[in-house]
Design a protein around this ligand. Sequence first.
Ligand SMILES: Cc1ncc(C[n+]2csc(CCOP(=O)(O)OP(=O)(O)O)c2C)c(N)n1
Ligand SMILES: [Mg+2]
Length: 381
Amino acid sequence: MLTPAHFSAVVSFCCPNFAARAKVAANKHCTKRGNAGRMANAENRPSAASAGLNDDIGEATRLKMYRMQVEIREAEQRAYDLFLQNLVKGTSHLSLGQEAVATGFAAAMKPGDLSFCTYRGHAHTLARGVPVEQVLGELMGRDNGLMRGKGGSMHLTSAEHGVMGSYAIIGAHLPIACGAAWRAQYKGHKDVTVCFFGDGTTNIGAFHEALNFAAVWKLPVIFVCENNLYMEYTPIGDVIPVEHPAASRASAYGLEPVIVDGQDADAVYRAAFTAYERARAGGGPSLIECKTYRYSGHSRADPAKYRPPGELERWKERCPIKIYRERLKQFGIAESVIAGIEAEVRKVVDDATEACKAAPTPPLDIITTDVYADGGWAWRN
Ligand SMILES: Cc1ncc(C[n+]2csc(CCOP(=O)(O)OP(=O)(O)O)c2C)c(N)n1
Ligand SMILES: [Mg+2]
């Protein structure tokens, strides 16, 4: 997590019109995992230690987070290529550039934790372990897709992986996430619900209702605002009376304003870990604002010409994958290991692409399945 000084530097570099005044929550380290990682890899890390880097995460988790970010990037780039070949059906919303947010949260989650996301949900779905082939197959409307091609990009769901849906109605999923968290609290379960949404979502009533409810009931839910600076084509700064869309509103619900560098998977991981621990211990909800940026337009049809010249290029200099690649090297990970991960991921995406191209479209008789939980479509129609 960023200190206020770091945050000011990052934000003024990428987005000069943000002044960093929000209080940033203290970085609580993940002691157990950190110690294990430190002991296992101490011999590999002279450069990291001498550079004063915080070695609290551990090599296995770092390598996992790098692989995940590369997988999300490659899969989304492939989705865009397939769209250009007219093989993606319906619309799609990419989160190229935002990979570190999904990765940091998913890496800090436990099996059984639940995620709710928006129509910009490929990254969150992949980060929970859904195979690339199922995601691309779904985008292409093929029978091997996650929902057998019936949902498309905006409806990725996998209860098995804890992916509780991708919601296209702005803000609709925040109260639903409260319901999931309430279920855990009521039953005495220890799972935590995490709910991702955009900066624009903070202007809708459901955001405030959900925050209020979660805070009053001390629900085990984490609200994550991926502040990519734009709600559709509108700069968020033009339509809010406060500086930070989520963090500036946290105090209205008795919550700490937490701002994280969303380009740095380690920072996201630490903030996520702290929030999960708090929720599991009965400490109630958290609201975390991740400063990030989407490289492409809002959806596939948007060339994003409304952005000021140079903004995209400035954010690309802080590409999360570039930052993390460098980080791995500072921790003594060999170039061959890093390149090996990249080659493996590319092969996974290539194989998935071929499998999806070869897969049939779904048979017509599944059109009425999965409509009602009790299978009652026949008597309702
Ligand atoms: C209730 C509702 N109003 C309007 C829309 C149209 N809409 C789709 S995406 C979007 C912008 C959302 O921006 P943000 O929350 O910042 O998410 P991002 O797309 O940047 O990830 C809008 C207004 C909608 N889907 N639902
Ligand atoms: Mg946005």
